[in-house]
Design a protein around this ligand. Structure first.
Ligand SMILES: N[C@@H](CCC(=O)N[C@@H](CS)C(=O)NCC(=O)O)C(=O)O
Length: 214
């Protein structure tokens, strides 16, 4: 059975929970208590030397990083619905996986971590001097980019929901926890509403209550 190492308040874990639910895959959940530093204990470092969640094991295969996990699950279990086969289509999805791993992770993700949890949660020590100012600037810029893209489209790639949307959804939708309002970005808000209406959608703490933890 699939085994997901995760944390309930981790947006990167939630990407995987969403895809597992959309595709209807059962899995065993293993909570790694990030607030107790379990991610840096030898038992977990043996699973993921990067000291981050999520990680996924499927039989003898262990994968680290939400993007690798989304690609593996979608390509294996939902290649024509949540992923793609033609090289140009795979590349179009990859473009938005990279956006989630860079612009979103070091923008709205980091702002939320600093404002609502008091730590960067970016694999750095808890006293790492991450810049909230920089995270907010990058966060707002990434929302502008998304707003421009979604103004004329319903989904990020291929005209249908794919792992491109799954990869970006949680941390973008959780931006208000980092004191970055979404109201200036109506196309992004409409995309969030469309995504949350998909069959199999599951929520996580903070998505309904932007004051959660803050
Ligand atoms: N690139 C990684 C980032 C994962 C990540 O940022 N995980 C955070 C929680 S959401 C974490 O485990 N942080 C642990 C730490 O900073 O010590 C992915 O997409 O999976």
């Amino acid at each position: 059975m699939l085994k997901l190492y995760e944390h309930p308040e981790c947006g990167n874990s939630h990407k995987v929970r969403l895809l597992l639910s959309f595709v209807g895959l059962e899995y065993e959940s293993v909570t790694v208590d990030l607030l107790q530093d379990a991610q840096h204990q030898p038992e977990y470092l043996a699973v993921n030397p990067r000291g981050e969640v999520p990680a996924l094991s499927d039989g003898g295969l262990t994968l680290r990083d939400s993007m690798a996990i989304l690609v593996y699950l979608a390509a294996t279990y939902a290649p024509t619905s949540w992923y793609a086969e033609a090289p140009a289509d795979v590349a179009a999805i990859s473009e938005w996986l990279a956006f989630a791993a860079s612009w979103v992770q070091y923008g709205v993700f980091t702002a939320r971590a600093l404002v609502s949890f008091g730590i960067p949660a970016n694999g750095m020590p808890t006293d790492f001097p991450a810049s909230l100012h920089e995270a907010r600037l990058r966060g707002r810029r990434s929302l502008e980019i998304l707003e421009g893209h979604l103004a004329s489209r319903d989904w990020l790639a291929l005209g249908r929901p794919t792992i491109a949307d799954v990869a970006n959804f949680p941390c973008v939708a959780l931006a208000p926890m980092g004191d970055i309002p979404l109201t200036p970005y109506p196309a992004v808000e409409a995309w969030i509403a469309r995504f949350a209406a998909l069959p199999g959608y599951v929520s996580m703490p903070g998505l309904e209550d932007p004051h959660y933890r803050r």
